[in-house]
Design a protein around this ligand. Structure first.
Ligand code: RB5
Length: 148
C-alpha cells in the first residue's frame, strides 16, 4: 500500500519506527515530516498527510504526536478524512471494520514502540465490513457535506 505518514516533534521516534516497519513490510511510504526534534505545530503536518489521503495520492495515513489527539483532530478537518486516535489493537481493527477510518493517529508519549507497531498492523490488516456500517459512514459523510 501507499501510506502517508506525518508527526510533530512529540511523535518523531514512533513515526521513524513505523516508517521502518512499513518499508520492511513492503509498503510505500510518503513521509510528510517533521524530521527533526525542533518544536513544530502538529496541524501543519497533519494537514499535508490528510490532503494526500483525501486526494487519493495515498491510500491511508498514520499520524503521530505526543498524545495522538491534536494531530488526529486536525486531520478530521480535511473533507473526506475519518481519523481515529487509537491506543490499542482492538480499536485499531474496529475503526477500519466499522468506521472505514482512512487514517489513524497514535501518541508517542502514550504508546510504546512495540504496541505502536502492533496497532499499525492491526489497522492495516483489517477491512471495512460495509453493510449496516456503510449506512453510518454515509451519514458521517452527509454531516461533513453540510458543515465542511
Ligand atoms: C506537543 O507538545 C503536543 O502538544 C502534541 O504533540 C500533541 O500531544 C497534541 O495533541
Amino acid at each position: 500500500m501507499k501510506i502517508a505518514l506525518a508527526c510533530d516533534h512529540g511523535g518523531l521516534n514512533l513515526k521513524a519506527a513505523i516508517k521502518k516497519h512499513l518499508e520492511k513490510s513492503g509498503h510505500e511510504v510518503v513521509d510528510f515530516g517533521t524530521n527533526s526534534s525542533d518544536s513544530v505545530d502538529y496541524p501543519d503536518y497533519s494537514e499535508k498527510a490528510a490532503m494526500s489521503v483525501a486526494s487519493g495520492e495515498t491510500e491511508c495515513g498514520i499520524l503521530v504526536c505526543g498524545t495522538g489527539i491534536g494531530i488526529g483532530i486536525a486531520a478530521n478537518k480535511v473533507k473526506g478524512i475519518r481519523c481515529a486516535t487509537v491506543g490499542d489493537t482492538f480499536s485499531a481493527r474496529m475503526t477500519k471494520a466499522h468506521n472505514d477510518a482512512n487514517m489513524i493517529a497514535l501518541g508517542e508519549r502514550v504508546t510504546g514502540i512495540g504496541l505502536g507497531l502492533d496497532i499499525v498492523d492491526a489497522y492495516l490488516n483489517s477491512s471495512f465490513e460495509g453493510g449496516r456500517h456503510q449506512n453510518r459512514v454515509d451519514k458521517i459523510r452527509a454531516i461533513e457535506n453540510k458543515n465542511l
